[in-house]
Design a protein around this ligand. Sequence first.
Ligand code: UTP
Length: 480
Amino acid sequence: MSKYRETLSKLEAIGQEHLLRFFADLGEGQQTALLGQIARLDLDAIPRLVDRYVRNPAKFSPPTDVLPVDAYPNDPKSARKQWDKAKYRAAGEALLKAGRVGAFMVAGGQGSRLGYDGPKGCFRAGEVSRRSLFEFFGLGIRRAEMRYGKPVPWYIMTSPQNHESTQAYFTEHRWFGLDPANIMFFQQGVLPSFDMKTGKILLAKPDEVATNPDGHGGSIAALSRSGAIADMKRRGIEHLSYFQVDNPLVRTLDPIFLGLHSSAPDSSGEMSSKMIPKTDPKEKVGVFALVLRDGRRGVDVIEYSDFPAALAEERLPDGTLRFNAGSIAVHILSVAFLEKLASDANFELPYHRAEKKVPYVDLDTGDVVQPTSNNGVKLEKFIFDAIPLCRQSLVMETDRVEEFAPIKNATGVDSAESCAQIQTLRAARWLEAIGVRVPRRMDGTPDCMLEIDPLHGAEPDDLRERVSGLVIKPGERRVI
Ligand code: UTP
């Protein structure tokens, strides 16, 4: 049977034969490409996905039996829970000095809200230095390598759409001074995008199926499929510091967090998370909570849109939100946990459904239509859905200004502008902590634009020598 006939009969069996509607009009190269693209889709799974997530999406019933998580507070002397930061820092540093830790960045997203042309990591997040997001992380990793004296392999998930351009960017920038032998790029999977009403797979062009990356949760299967897990085992890597491509403030390798994750009595050392205290119940970040599942109570992330409004608004006597543990999408995952999940034939993270505007080919005319309202369904998996699969998962609190300034939008909240402001706030705070005067306006905000070079410091003390005698003038723009 010809490849065309074979593909057609497979598509007919699942009611998606329209994908070959324009086949006869295509050139030979286009025909081969289209058949190849269809062959890479998991066609057997399509009817189930369409039925469950596109045509008859189950109404999400928010969990009702939830309790706040018992996170490790930022202040280790907090009345709520006391803990020994120095002890856990030493444990984390021991792992770094033994070369047991890798960095794991997910960079396969489409970055549609930012609307930047190219991989989001190439976006210049340094308002003063003009350095890119990728460079921020690369320098943070280099600093850890210099400090702890061991290579930190960096695993970077891309998507088919940005894989080559991401690699080219790293090559062009000489891997930010890192050894390219320790950087591994691997691609995540894609899923077809569906017509919201009919469940038919959309065509992006007459010779191309409309697809979207399968979400950061797709990384678990992709790490295994690509050989990245095997590479970690070969190198003796035990834990991965997970972060996203959009937050230049992230501590790429935080010894305290590593120490807690790997050795706290209430952590199974499988997957841990960082939180910031939410002050606005409507802030669009997921919330950590203890949820009762199958008779067992464990940590879970509930998306802000699914969190019951009444619970989100509940306040403690001191005025703080009862459910205040906002996720900043920073985790540590153990390699053993990833391997266990990826090798389980029944393992599958749930899909989340998002209604989006997906450009598509009109099947009658062959023209590409740019929809003005949502017409398509994209399905994605989320990495935090692995948390309930842990025996015991730990959450650590951190400070918003220290670690969370994502660039998601072109303007306003979570934009390059807000990120630059937070970078300045953090730098001002660090400098003042080590005795440098920072000019401030009448309202208390810094009257300057500051940025910390990640190669120079991961915490205030690291900068002491460099800034001795430093005077910052009002209105100055400076990289420290
Ligand atoms: P976001 O949820 O912000 O999605 O991703 P996005 O696709 O980058 O941006 P929008 O929603 O289109 O504006 C959070 C992190 O997860 C990665 C992103 O690259 C980012 O680091 N991600 C997201 C993936 O690696 N793969 C995906 O399929 C989705």
